[in-house]
Design a protein around this ligand. Sequence first.
Ligand SMILES: C[S@@+](CC[C@H](N)C(=O)[O-])C[C@H]1O[C@@H](n2cnc3c(N)ncnc32)[C@H](O)[C@@H]1O
Length: 350
Amino acid sequence: MVMADQRIDVDPNIHLTRDITTAGTRDFDSDTTSIASRVARGRIENGRRYQAFKENVYWSPSDEQQFEAFELGHMVCVVLDYNQPNRLFAAPIDNDPQHILDIGTGRGCWAIDVADQFPNATVRGVDLFPPPINWVPPNCLFEVDDVQKPWTWKEPFDLIHIRQLLGSFTPDEWRDLYQQCFENLVPGGWVEQMEFDVRVRSDDASLPPNSVLARWGDTFISCAARAGRPLTTQETMRASIESVGFVDVHERLYKVPLGPWPKDQLLKEVGLLNLEHWKAGLEGNAMWLLTKFGAPHPWTKDEVELYLVEARKDLKNSHIHGYGYARRVWARKPRDDHMVQTNIKLERSP
Ligand SMILES: C[S@@+](CC[C@H](N)C(=O)[O-])C[C@H]1O[C@@H](n2cnc3c(N)ncnc32)[C@H](O)[C@@H]1O
């Protein structure tokens, strides 16, 4: 794995001669879900389906196209950690975990893979929208709920996993969420979170500073700041996790190439998957934030689509050697003998 402060060598032979378009989107298996309700139907806006479980505060669609992006994002993470002993998480949990929770499970890929890895554990995935799945391992359960509400699970978890929930919560809501994690872990249990930085960078000045891609991250970070739910979660999560009493905090910073330009074969694979991840998620990542919180005024759907045409041109430009950072943080709840001291910190924000 390339260290986060190292430069990624460019493959001199790379030519992106064709548009490696994502394979056709999968139909939503609506006949496999029994939740015949407003929640399962969602809410259509600007041609995309959004969850209808809670008021209009969350940016990502929950539809076939976005689930495709979530799946590709999962593959990016797994291949990034291809050389790690465990490609799904880094927390050193016991060999025989009983209960694992995936918060904001999306398409449910992580929860399903972890359920396969630990057949004796019960793995729960919770989300505002039901995942489009027609088969899950028997030890994997999906639930539709808002994790900001008080949790009602009876058994404490050995591991709670969070990935790509950037822009979901205000800073106070994040703190409350980590506190609910803390309270619902076994002593010595682990919380783990992986988040991406939405800014694209290049080390060799191949990213034109005025391109849509170069300004993409700051544009959306500003929209989300206006929405009150920052996209900079990867920068803030560690301190917030520590603030509720977690100890033994670890962090791994990744450089994630965008496109198959790296010379290194593993990074080339990551870059290719990440390019598909970007292309599948481009409209879904942009539409809600720009049409609600775009500057200097909320954008129209047509304005967003024109902007995305330019973004797609940048993504197809194989002369750009772009990458972004991703960060993984994992931390432990103290074991019983340390709890007395830690409980002092457990006052929830008002
Ligand atoms: C960008 S997706 C990431 C999905 C998955 N974790 C992954 O890495 O592929 C974030 C998910 O969090 C869910 N989410 C956002 N706010 C939530 C909340 N308050 N309660 C439960 N799920 C939430 C969204 O519905 C969405 O499916």
